[in-house]
Design a protein around this ligand. Structure first.
Ligand SMILES: Nc1ncnc2c1ncn2[C@@H]1O[C@H](COP(=O)(O)OP(=O)(O)O)[C@@H](O)[C@H]1O
Ligand SMILES: [Mg+2]
Length: 246
């Protein structure tokens, strides 16, 4: 099972949009996929038309090798399941903080999923919580969406620096450009040639598109209602680029 996390210290950069659409793309290709919504704001859960909340109390949920998989929900789309967002993730965060080895706790929780899924996508909250740290450690790839802007490069360098200090291996970190508005000069420049400090950036960029915004009204992935929109095509390409590497 490949583990891919969407992560950026900034909010509102398109992590959730990418997580939902990449999960959808993978599932459409017949790869059994689980999307775990780790953000208590529950945006991914909402976009997949599911209910937030895990059934059992956190103490029961987050023991090592606990069958957290029982909490997953089927979605309307074949091969695509969801582990919805839940307030109790704070509890998991605290458990990881308290325990000596948060990574092992998370590993124990994720391990059973490898029997049922080829891909686990994790939609992270915009922070470096203990949980996010453990997720990043466990992930094969950490995708960081960036909106073309000078400050985005700071965010990227911060991520790289953090990965180095914690020895997560910056090789697993990937950037991709999102919300690209070709009417804007800087956006066109970055599409034509990525800034030199932006290494390991995918070729594919996601255009700014009102169709993406509509996902939260329609509560479905882009492919379900606008399969031919440029953004939909871009997510499909992004998935191919990612899948080639896995
Ligand atoms: N490519 C895009 N074009 C236009 N709007 C977008 C695009 N990607 C995301 N959005 C919108 O921007 C907002 C933040 O996106 P979201 O994916 O929730 O970001 P994050 O998960 O990083 O906080 C949402 O309202 C979403 O609909
Ligand atoms: Mg989000």
């Amino acid at each position: 099972m490949h583990i891919v996390a969407l992560h950026n210290l900034k909010g509102g950069v398109g992590k959730t949009a990418a997580a939902v659409n990449l999960a959808d793309q993978a599932a459409r290709g017949g790869l059994p996929t689980l999307l775990w919504d780790l953000d208590p704001q529950a945006a991914a859960t909402w976009c997949l038309n599911a209910r937030p909340g895990l059934g059992r109390a956190p103490k029961k949920l987050f023991r090592r090798n606990a069958p957290i998989g029982k909490e997953r929900q089927r979605t309307r789309w074949p091969y695509l399941d969801l582990l919805p967002a839940d307030e109790s993730l704070r509890h998991l965060d605290a458990l990881i903080e308290k325990g000596k080895d948060g990574g092992r706790l998370l590993h124990g929780l994720l391990e059973p999923f490898s029997e049922s899924y080829g891909l686990l996508l994790l939609d992270c909250p915009p922070s470096f919580s203990r949980l996010a740290e453990a997720v990043v450690r466990a992930a094969d790839r950490v995708l960081c969406p960036l909106i073309p802007a000078p400050l985005s490069l700071n965010a990227w360098r911060q991520m790289e620096g953090h990965f180095d200090r914690r020895r997560y291996g910056r090789d697993k970190l990937r950037a991709f450009l999102t919300m690209v508005d070709r009417r804007r000069r800087l956006h066109r420049d970055w599409v034509a040639a990525r800034p030199t400090s932006l290494r390991r950036c995918y070729e594919t960029w996601i255009p700014y598109s009102t169709e993406v915004e509509k996902m939260s009204l329609r509560r479905e992935p882009l492919m379900a209602f606008a399969p031919r929109s440029p953004a939909s095509v871009a997510y499909a390409r992004l998935w191919s680029e990612l899948a080639r590497e896995l």
